[in-house]
Design a protein around this ligand. Structure first.
Ligand SMILES: [Zn+2]
Length: 452
């Protein structure tokens, strides 16, 4: 107990000292990392980003809506298909000279041939994810069983090189050839593994010159200004282009971010949902201003009697009476499909919806007003259309004026759909009622729809 308290005090004082140093500008995270770097002019790793694969199962704008939550001019380096000693070792040396941390996606069969290569990646502090066992370019056509085998074997082979230490392997996976499909994506998500696409490739797997690899990498990074760069640590052209890519990134003020997975001891870096988009939609995009649809949560404690089949019968006495008094024709019965009585009989009660279900957000209210004004215009047009008898509509309006209370009671009945077949009186009723409101509804909706 005392030991715990002492440890806590020691931790706290360290935090306070660290915070004080940061506050005085004596030490920044970048400076702290740079202090471990023998090269004073190195590009360095500016920060470590901790991500939770379960919260964001697919990233990389080449294929998915989301990508890593990077700031402007932040780049994440990734290398696929290794380890292959001849080139992977050179890539490691280049990264070490610039004190840059990257993410490697290893192939299981490569790891089996070169387990030492996997251990070197870990020893250098890089993140290691996997890239299948045999690098098939057909994962988008594979059945689940084959996908599972490729993924699991690739992980097992890489883990074998790490003596089975799962803490050293990140739950990150890149689909070979980026051949994405629902089956591999769903399987990986079910395993808590994050699928990494990329934000820009440099085409270093093609037969192009190192100069071309460099040009493509820089052009594409500059176009998006931040993101995940896809490279391969098994290609000589990549080895040749990499020093210049890193030098140019430093010259132009880019920063390298190292990504690691969240663990129980290492929580994910706090982020906002919009940070996971390369270019978050602005306030001027309608979807960002659209009100959220409320979640319908029903209380389980109180119930209402379930309606019985007879309640749904069109021969409702009120409707019939109303139709006769309005001197319109008795509604014609429509032949709806008959529900199974046996099914209805089994339900005796329904839960009462919670009160907040009916709370309409302010913005949604505006939308409803706008929708209602459109509907009212249509109803008004229909009421004056040649197909609708004008005297009948006038007669009804006059009756409404004489019996305002009765008219007021008709609205809920119509709203609850109890008189769906009494179309003529209800249509004219609605047209009269809504038409009165239209100018005010239009004015309100129009004035509030203007962006402020
Ligand atoms: Zn690959």
């Amino acid at each position: 107990m005392i030991a715990n308290v002492l440890t806590m005090i020691r931790k706290r004082s360290r935090t306070v000292i660290g915070a004080a140093l940061l506050g005085c500008g004596l030490m920044t995270p970048q400076a702290a990392l740079a202090a471990d770097c023998p090269n004073p002019n190195a590009l360095g790793t500016s920060r470590t980003l901790v991500v939770d694969p379960r919260e964001h199962p697919r990233i990389g704008t080449m294929q998915y809506p989301e990508t890593l939550p990077l700031a402007d001019h932040e780049v994440v380096l990734t290398f696929d298909d290794g380890p292959l000693p001849k080139y992977s070792n050179q890539v490691l040396a280049i990264l070490a000279s610039q004190c840059v941390k990257a993410t490697f996606f290893t192939i299981g069969s490569q790891a089996r041939f070169n387990p030492e290569g996997v251990r070197k990646l870990i020893a250098a502090g890089h993140t290691v994810g996997t890239h299948s066992q045999n690098h098939p370019l057909t994962m988008n056509k594979m059945p689940l069983e084959k996908v599972r085998q490729e993924v699991d074997d690739g992980i097992a082979s890489t883990l074998a090189a790490l003596n089975g230490d799962k803490s050293k392997l990140a739950p990150f996976f890149r689909i070979p050839g980026l051949m994405r499909a629902e089956i591999p994506e769903a399987y990986l998500a079910s395993q808590g593994i994050q699928v990494w696409s990329a934000d820009f490739p440099a085409d270093d797997w093609r037969h192009i010159s190192p100069q071309r690899v460099y040009d493509l990498a820089i052009q594409r990074i500059e176009a998006k200004r931040k993101g995940i760069l896809l490279l391969h640590d098994i290609q000589p052209r990549t080895v040749a282009a990499l020093p210049r890519i890193l030098a140019t990134l430093k010259e132009r003020g880019y920063r390298i971010v190292h990504v690691v997975p969240a663990t129980p001891d290492r929580p994910a870096t706090p982020t906002q949902p919009q940070q996971w988009f390369l270019h978050p939609p602005t306030e001027t995009v309608a979807t960002t201003r659209w009100p959220k649809i409320p979640n319908f949560v029903f209380t389980a404690t109180r119930t209402l009697p379930a309606p019985v089949f007879a309640d749904m019968d069109w021969r409702d006495a009120d409707i019939l009476d109303h139709a006769q008094r309005a001197r319109v024709g008795v509604p014609v019965r429509t032949l709806w499909p008959q529900p199974q009585l046996s099914q209805l009989a089994s339900v005796s009660s329904l839960p009462i919806p919670a009160a907040d279900v009916f709370r309409v957000p302010e913005a949604l209210d505006l939308t409803l007003l706008a929708a209602r004004s459109t509907a009212s215009r249509r109803l008004a047009q229909r009421a004056t259309a040649p197909g609708v008898s004008a005297p009948r509509a006038q007669a009804f309006s006059a009756r409404q004026a004489r019996h305002p209370k009765q008219a007021a009671h008709q609205a809920p009945a119509a709203a609850h759909g109890r008189a769906p077949h009494a179309a003529p009186p209800n249509a004219s009723n609605a047209s009269v009622r809504v038409a009165k409101r239209t100018p005010r509804a239009e004015a309100t909706a129009t004035s509030k729809r203007v962006p402020d």
